[in-house]
Each structure stands twice: as C-alpha cells, then as structure tokens.
Design a binder for this molecule. Sequence first.
Ligand SMILES: NC(=O)c1ccc[n+]([C@@H]2O[C@H](COP(=O)([O-])OP(=O)(O)OC[C@H]3O[C@@H](n4cnc5c(N)ncnc54)[C@H](OP(=O)(O)O)[C@@H]3O)[C@@H](O)[C@H]2O)c1
Length: 343
Amino acid sequence: MAARNRQWVLAERPVDRAVRSSDFRMVETPVPEPKPGEFVTRVIYSSLAPVMRFYMLDGAAGEKPLEMGEVMRGRAVGQIVASRHPAFKEGEIVQGKMGWQEYAVSDGSPYWMMYKVHQRIVPVSTALGVLGMTGFTAYFGLFDIGKPKTCEMVLVSGAAGGVGSSVGQVAKIAGCSVVGIAGGPDKCALLTSKLGYDAAIDYKADDVTAALDRLCPKGIDVFFDNVGGPILDAALSRINKYARVVSCGGISQYIAGTKDPYPLKNAYLIGRLNALLQGFFIYDFEARFAEAEQAMAGWIKDGRLTYQEDILDGFERMPEALIRLYQGANRGKQLVRVSADPF
Ligand SMILES: NC(=O)c1ccc[n+]([C@@H]2O[C@H](COP(=O)([O-])OP(=O)(O)OC[C@H]3O[C@@H](n4cnc5c(N)ncnc54)[C@H](OP(=O)(O)O)[C@@H]3O)[C@@H](O)[C@H]2O)c1
C-alpha cells in the first residue's frame, strides 16, 4: 500500500461563477488504517457529476454543504485493501461516497451508500456509469416518471452525457421513437451512430423549435430534461396532451439560474394539456437499485444497451474533469482513473 493518501479539498466556493481548478487544493495525509468495524478502499475510478458545484456551495438534496478544507464529496469505485469489518472483505470491489481521495476509510454505515459490485460482465468503471447512479437515474427517471408507452415520441436533452447516453437506448428498448439534443456535430453523430437515437438536434447550431417540428411532427409524449432553460421551453412548446416532462436536471441554470432564472414562456401548457412535470432524486429509489442494475446489466449482456465513458487518467485531473461537465467537453459518463484497474 502507498504511504500517502492524496486528497482534493475545498479551497474556494464558486459563488455566482463557474467552478475553477483553484477552488480545490491537493493535500497529503497518511493512508488510513481501519479501526474495528472499518475498512479501507483503494479508489480505482472516481465519478464526476454536475451536482458537485452545489456540494461546494450550499449542499444539495439533503447533503450538508462542504466545510472549507473538507475532502470533496463524490462517489468512486475501488477495491478493499484492508478490513476489520465483518461484511466487507479484503479484495472485494465496492462503490460508494468515497470522496476525492486515493484511499477512503468507511464503517459501511448508510451515509456511505457502499454497495458491493456484483455485475462483472463489464469494466468496474461501469459501476459509476451505466450500472451505477448515472444509469439508475436514466432508468427510474424514464420508467417511473416518464412512463413511456410503445410508439410514443421521447425527447432527451443532454443526450450525449452520462445520463442521456443511457436514456435514449432504454427508451428504444421500451419501443419508442427517440430524438436527442446535444451540443455540436460530433456529439450528434455519436447519438445516432452508437447511442440508439433515431435523430439528433445540435442546439448550438440548429433552431431547436424548427428541428422539433421536423423530427417530432406529432409532438412529444415524454421529455427527459437534463438541462432546463431555453431547451426546456422549446420542448414544452411542442408537448402533447398528457405528456410527461421528467425534470432530471437543469445544468444550463446551475450558475445563472439562482439569481436570474430563465423565464419559461411555455410552462402554462402543462396545465392546458393535462401534462405532468416532475423532478426526482435518484437516492429516493435506493430500495430498487438492484432492479435497475439487473435490468441494465441484462440489456448489456444481450447487446441491446451499450455505454459511453469519458475517462481521464490521473488523480491530479479531478478538478479538470469536473469543469469539463459544465463546458460540455465530456462524451458520456465523466470519470477519472485514479489507480490501475486490476481487471
Ligand atoms: N435527479 C437526479 O437525481 C439526478 C441524478 C444524476 C444527475 N442528474 C442531473 O442529470 C443531468 C445530467 O447529469 P450527468 O452526470 O449525466 O452530466 P452530463 O450530461 O454527462 O454532463 C453535463 C452535460 O450538460 C451539457 N450542458 C452543459 N452546459 C449546458 C448548457 N448551458 N445548456 C445545455 N446543455 C449544457 C453538456 O453537454 P452539451 O455538450 O450537449 O451541451 C455536458 O456534457 C444534470 O443536470 C444532473 O444534475 C440528476
């Protein structure tokens, strides 16, 4: 085991501005030794998520805001290297809230949301992507809130990102037509060539409303929204009666939206068309994670679902990897390889 544990801690809060690398400071501490009832995990891959900006500011969805100097919060997958916990054995692969560090000590209590990784049909990185919170967000957001029916039209924003790269394929499995919205021609090509989308809209180049008229001529039945703002407004203008709008996230508003939220013009159509707009929090589905994992793994096994990961090498690149999400640089699930993948 290494002698030192590198950690990224919070150095500045990104108040009213984008996240910067200088918001984080790297420190070194001794690798923790497990006390009775604890285990130590060596992080292999670390997950990056847009919500992390809120951890740095005011917490998010029931989480406490980080203290200055506290290890940055985040999920990771790793291998247990030392254990004095009866239920977690050395050598096992687990995923949980290990934070931005090379080694994490945990007592396995509910706060950590530590799960053993069972599905080894694919690289362990997928435990943070398609077979982790990201894929589960796609699964429960689509099925439990979007409730797609065969032959319906499903529209997805942020379609080439971590969540979006699964939503389109899962909606196709449900027998729907699927259109994705993403930024740039390369991402749009990825949507239709690999990620199961029937058609793609480049919101940076196309008139989104005109493209919706062309690609969804009968209107939208389910809108899975990852971005909010003007794209949400354009989609609302084309929803059908009884449409379901899944408000998964609103990354376009994560900085500007707190002070000057985008003024939606078409929200009135929700009421007029007996539609539903609903948000959700993935951790509220914890009791059913195994269901999502089993379903997604089954679809991977039978070739109906693929996954898209964007992996940067090196723990020192954690801040850079997070910033990529807000800049739209990532293709699929953004991860950092923190140490050698043993598989
Ligand atoms: N409800 C929940 O429990 C839950 C759980 C997980 C994630 N989420 C939410 O789901 C969404 C996707 O998360 P993810 O982890 O999969 O991230 P992601 O989609 O992999 O990364 C973020 C993507 O957002 C797009 N984006 C950034 N700024 C934008 C803007 N101003 N307008 C339009 N698009 C913009 C970029 O793609 P382009 O290049 O296409 O712009 C970027 O690649 C986020 O809103 C996140 O907060 C919610």
